[in-house]
Design a protein around this ligand. Sequence first.
Ligand code: 0GY
Length: 297
Amino acid sequence: MTAPKTPGWLDWCAAPSTPDFRLPPGAVDAHCHVFGPQAEFPFAPERKYTPCDAGKDRLFALRDHLGVSRNVIVQATCHGADNAAMVDAVRAAGGRARGVATVRPDIGDAQLRELDAAGVRGVRFNFVKRLVDASPREDLAAIARKIAPLGWHVVLYFEAADLPELAGFFGTLPVPLVIDHMGRPDVTKPVDGPEFGRFLEFAGRHDVWVKVSCPERLTVTGPPAYSDVVPFARRVVEAFPDRVLWGTDWPHPNLEHHMPDDGLLVDHVPRIADTPERQRKLLVDNPMRLYWPGETA
Ligand code: 0GY
């Protein structure tokens, strides 16, 4: 028996357009997920949503359609701390994917080494309240200490309004930090305003990488231009050209208003990274340094 999808669930775009923008060779989609398939990889009992299936074969088909070379597959909350679907996808990609896991604080060194051998390079700490139950900071600090010797990083997902309260804790983590979706700015506020200013200051002070992803999730004005998100992403790309990452966020969990055409998300890239050099860093050099160090694209 498989569980039905959350009411109103929007499925991923089955026929994405071919992008006008040609991704440079070696481009990395540094933020995407797999969901199930549920019959093979059941969702976690504690999940906050039940998505459609979005398995590795569909992800790899999208990768090839868009002209992406490699993926970073981030554990989605619907799978809890059972990383089986993500690890299966990373292994099946034959070196063309890395993974970011969710783990519990009691995870053993042998399990961590097994994840590392499979291609996992980080763990995700999620502070978005609609997605997870509370995560005690001492648990997260214990996880960070365990992963540090492996050279992994922590991916942080939080709402912009929560950064002031979280920043002190983030500053204690002994590993590089990777921030999802630019820290989810409220794009109706000014890009020069105090809230985004605090984010930029945080990103400038620490060993931080920023994903300039998810215009479809942050926008109020909507597709296809996502024009309200562009100034925020451009500001980050210009401020931190060597520490920005890009990703599709396929299969786009929990969108309520529209499901993006992933081809148009690729066409968004030149609007936020407006020179070939900035594009190469964002799409190839930076993610290769973080996830495939020492390898050429
Ligand atoms: C994203 C965003 C979301 C969900 C998850 O793991 C997840 O469930 O990341 C969201 O609902 O904002 O990055 O996919």
